[in-house]
Structure formats: structure tokens, C-alpha cells
Ligand binder design. Structure first.
Ligand SMILES: Cc1cc2nc3c(=O)[nH]c(=O)nc-3n(C[C@H](O)[C@H](O)[C@H](O)COP(=O)(O)OP(=O)(O)OC[C@H]3O[C@@H](n4cnc5c(N)ncnc54)[C@H](O)[C@@H]3O)c2cc1C
Length: 452
């Protein structure tokens, strides 16, 4: 293991912030964290772009940022006079919790933590360390660097390519504050996608007072399911084995016994191992055929969010359809969208005052415009994982170079490591990943010492 006196972290969202906090807790090294958007520091996209009506999709009791302190978040909520037992907190409150943690660590280790508001645009790996180039022209030298870039923004669907920034009717950022600007009650809005991002967008439009119709489209027309109180059950203790088809049969029969929510939840502690054990072909088959069904059952809505969406549907203000966009043609201040409903041959054309890209994050490194990741990929310092859903890493989060070697000074954490782990999107998984990496880097996994 390398001797690390100074670690740099690129990205100050949940993953980067918690990696910094854990490095400072478990070791005596210095940490420099770089975040290009000052208002996202500590919060990142999920908890920094959230509006008042955006609720966590995981119960507060499972949202502690520290795996060794499971009540950390609920204790904070109580201390702040927020939330109730078993409830779902708001994403804004969760962002405030993360910032409070960061502020505390900053106070305790002010000589060891440096926060820089700047963008890392390139980095070079040397035998004795790393050098990071900043957009401002400055640089940072460190012994190691961890990339915590979060998800890459979605790409425009081919029908909307070229409209971004040129047509007020097309919005490529589903969290843009101006999402409902200029819309009237007779307008219709199209959401491209019907998953969690589309849900966020529908709630933002509703909260902004939009009273027109919202149409959400996806190929299968599946929408996220809701959390509900689950009956007690005895969870299985062994990892399910076999091909994806066997697993689907097992899931179905367990659902009949203990309910589908419990059947999905009991797999949670095995999913990373199941993914690693699966062949490349099985993983790819899962992505092609099962992923949409898995996603809507695994990543659920807080009951109050599901109730709000159901009310919007009942009022005729929200529709979810299985359809594919074929073409989009600007027409005055609207976009005429040609679509084909699932199972039908004929096209349908509908005018929309606004179309919002809610297709979800891009994981394909080969298509990214991000300057840093592009440079690293072009030079072969990082490479896409075999399924092109993220950055290739080993079990210890070392980036894998194009030649297949593990980079000793370059780590990657967060959702972009999904090719290696699959289940690495939500807080419970990322908090474990960054905690383990911090303990590995600081050597705390050998001794039970804690720096703070
Ligand atoms: C809308 C949304 C809601 C979610 N809700 C939940 C939930 O309720 N419960 C749950 O468990 N999980 C939830 N998640 C999942 C999970 O919490 C997030 O995926 C997690 O917060 C990811 O954090 P991150 O730091 O990896 O990425 P991000 O939050 O995207 O942060 C990455 C940061 O890196 C910065 N950055 C990137 N490149 C550079 C660079 N070159 N230089 C400097 N800075 C850079 C960006 O500006 C950004 O602030 C949600 C995710 C999203 C997107």
C-alpha cells in the first residue's frame, strides 16, 4: 500500500464529501476536495438541486451517512426537530445534514481539509504522485486522487439532437429551476422517461403551479412503485444462485410467499455479489430485459409522493404511456412530437409547449463531454467497464487503465462504478464503499484507530 499524506478528491457531492469525512475520521492525512459548483458542495446533485416537495426515496432510518453509526441521520433529525419515526425526510433536509457533517469536520480538522471551488479539467499520474489541472489555471499536487463525479448527464434522444439551447421548448436539465417558466394551463408538457427523474420533474411542475397536462413516455411505460409497510418475514440467509431466468422464478415464488417488496429487499445484501458472480453475458441480458422491471421495484417512491402522483393522474393532469418518440419538429413556440405507441404501427403527432429530457443518467464514458473524463479516457488512464455503464474499477476502487492494469494512485467512487458493483447508486451502498476505501487508504482496516 502507498504511503498517503495528501489525498485529493474531485467532486463534492455525497460520495466525495463522505470520502473526505471518512479519510479525516480514520487517518491523519491531508485532504483537498474540489467542487466546481459552490452551491453543490456537500449536497451534490441529488440533495443540492432538490425542491421542497422532493422526498427521499429511502426511509430516514436507513439514510445515515456513516455505516458505523446507523442512527446518525435520525438523531440529527430529532436534534433539529424534523421528521418522525419511520418517516421519509426531504432531500433538502438531507442536504442540510450532509453540510452540517462537513462543517463539523471542517471545524475539527481545519488544518487537514482544504476545499477548492474549481473544476478539475485534467490530471497527470506520476510515479511519485498526481497533479491536477484546474480550470482557473492553478493546480493541485497530491499522493492519490479519487474521482467522485456522480452520474454523467443524459444525452439528447436523436429526435431532439441539436435543439438543446436553441429551442425554449426543449429542456435538457430536468432539475432546471425554470422548468415551468412561460407555461399556461392549456399547455402540454412531455417528459421523456417515466422513472424517478420524470417523477421529480412532474412534482417540480406541479409545485411551480403548472396546471396543464403532463405526458410521461418510456418504451415500457413503467413507473416507480411505492413503499408500503411490509409484514415481518424471515429473510433468506444464502445468496441465490443460477442464471437470471432462475432468479426471476425464485423472486416470483418468494413474492408469493412474503410479498414482492420483501422479496426484493431480502436480495439487497446479495445483489453486489450476485452481480460479480454473473457472467458478462448474464449481466448484459439483465440490462437488456430485466433492468426496467428491477428499477421500478427496487427504487421506490415515498408513499406521500406516490399519493401525489396518483392524485395528478386521477385529475387527468398526468399520463404515463408506453411509446417511442420517432421525430420532433419545431413549430412556432411548440414542438410537434411524432410518437409510436407500444405494439402499434401508426404514428401519432402531438404538440408540446415543453419537452424535458428525463431519460436518466448516462454511464457511457465514450460519449461524455466532461473535459476531465474525456482526457483520462483518451489517454487510456481510465476505460469504460465491459458493459459501458460506467468507469472500470477493481474491488478496491482503483481505476483500471486501458491496458488492464489497476491504477495505484487513481480511485473512482459513486454511481460511475456501477459496472463493477451494480448496486452502487443509493446512499446505503455508497456510504459503505467510501467508508471501506477510506479505511483502506488510511490503514484503519488494520488498526481500530480513528483520527477524529
Ligand atoms: C435526483 C436524485 C435523487 C436521489 N434520491 C436518493 C434517495 O432518496 N435516497 C438514496 O439513498 N439515494 C438517492 N439518490 C442516489 C444517491 O444519493 C446519489 O446518486 C448520490 O448522492 C451520488 O452522489 P455523488 O457525489 O456520487 O454524485 P453527485 O451528487 O452528482 O456529485 C458529484 C459532484 O462532483 C462535481 N464534479 C464533477 N466533476 C467535477 C470536476 N471535474 N471538478 C470539480 N467538481 C466536479 C459535480 O459538480 C457534483 O457536485 C438520488 C440521486 C438523484 C440523482
Amino acid at each position: 500500500m502507498l504511503k498517503v499524506d495528501h489525498a485529493a478528491i474531485i467532486g463534492g457531492g455525497f460520495s466525495g464529501t463522505l470520502l473526505a469525512i471518512n479519510l479525516l475520521r480514520h487517518g491523519t492525512l491531508r485532504v483537498t476536495m474540489l467542487e466546481r459548483q459552490g452551491d453543490r458542495l456537500g449536497r451534490g446533485l441529488a440533495y443540492g438541486a432538490a425542491q421542497a416537495g422532493h422526498i427521499l426515496n429511502v426511509r430516514a432510518a436507513n439514510m445515515s451517512a456513516l455505516p458505523d453509526s446507523p442512527d446518525h441521520f435520525t438523531d440529527w433529525l430529532k436534534q433539529e426537530g424534523l421528521g418522525q419515526e419511520g418517516s421519509f425526510a426531504t432531500r433538502r433536509d438531507y442536504g442540510a445534514y450532509l453540510c452540517a457533517m462537513l462543517d463539523k469536520v471542517r471545524g475539527q480538522a481545519s488544518d487537514r481539509l482544504t476545499i477548492v471551488t474549481d473544476e478539475a479539467v485534467d490530471l497527470s499520474l506520476r510515479d511519485d504522485g498526481v497533479h491536477i489541472d484546474l480550470r482557473s489555471g492553478g493546480g493541485v499536487d497530491a499522493d492519490i486522487v479519487a474521482l467522485a463525479p456522480g452520474n454523467l448527464p443524459p444525452h439528447d434522444l436523436p429526435a431532439f439532437a441539436g435543439l438543446s439551447g436553441h429551442s425554449a421548448s426543449y429542456v435538457d436539465d430536468p432539475w432546471a429551476a425554470s422548468i415551468a417558466e412561460g407555461l399556461g394551463p392549456s399547455d402540454r408538457v412531455l417528459l421523456l422517461g417515466s422513472g424517478l427523474t420524470a417523477v421529480d420533474c412532474a412534482l417540480s411542475l406541479d409545485s411551480a403551479g403548472f396546471r396543464g397536462r403532463i405526458v410521461a413516455l418510456s418504451r415500457r411505460g413503467l413507473a416507480p412503485q411505492s413503499h408500503a409497510p411490509a409484514a415481518p418475514y424471515t429473510a433468506r440467509s444464502d445468496r441465490p444462485r443460477g442464471a437470471a431466468s432462475t432468479l426471476v422464478r425464485t423472486l416470483r415464488s418468494r413474492s408469493a410467499e412474503i410479498g414482492w417488496r420483501n422479496a426484493v429487499d431480502e436480495l439487497r445484501r446479495f445483489t453486489q455479489d450476485m452481480w460479480r458472480a454473473a457472467s458478462a453475458e448474464e449481466r448484459s441480458r439483465f440490462l437488456r430485459h430485466l433492468r426496467p422491471y428491477w428499477d421500478v421495484h427496487r427504487h421506490r417512491l415515498a408513499p406521500q409522493v406516490a399519493a401525489r402522483l396518483a392524485a395528478m393522474q386521477a385529475e387527468g393532469r398526468l399520463e404515463i404511456h408506453a411509446a417511442k418518440v420517432v421525430e420532433a419538429v419545431p413549430h412556432g413556440r411548440t414542438l410537434h412530437v411524432h410518437l409510436r405507441r407500444r405494439g402499434q404501427d401508426e404514428r401519432e403527432t402531438l404538440p408540446f409547449a415543453r419537452v424535458v429530457n428525463c431519460t436518466g443518467p448516462l454511464g457511457d464514458l465514450r460519449r461524455t463531454d466532461d473535459p476531465l473524463l474525456r482526457q483520462l479516457a483518451i489517454r487510456g488512464d481510465i476505460r469504460p467497464d465491459p458493459l459501458a455503464i460506467g468507469i472500470d474499477v477493481d474491488r478496491q476502487c482503483h481505476a483500471i487503465a486501458r491496458n488492464g492494469s489497476a491504477q495505484q494512485r487513481l480511485f473512482v467512487v459513486g454511481p460511475m462504478t456501477r459496472g463493477a458493483h451494480w448496486e452502487i447508486v443509493a446512499v446505503p451502498d455508497i456510504r459503505r464503499q467510501v467508508w471501506e476505501l477510506a479505511r483502506e487508504i488510511t490503514g484503519a482496516h488494520w488498526v481500530e484507530a480513528e483520527g477524529l
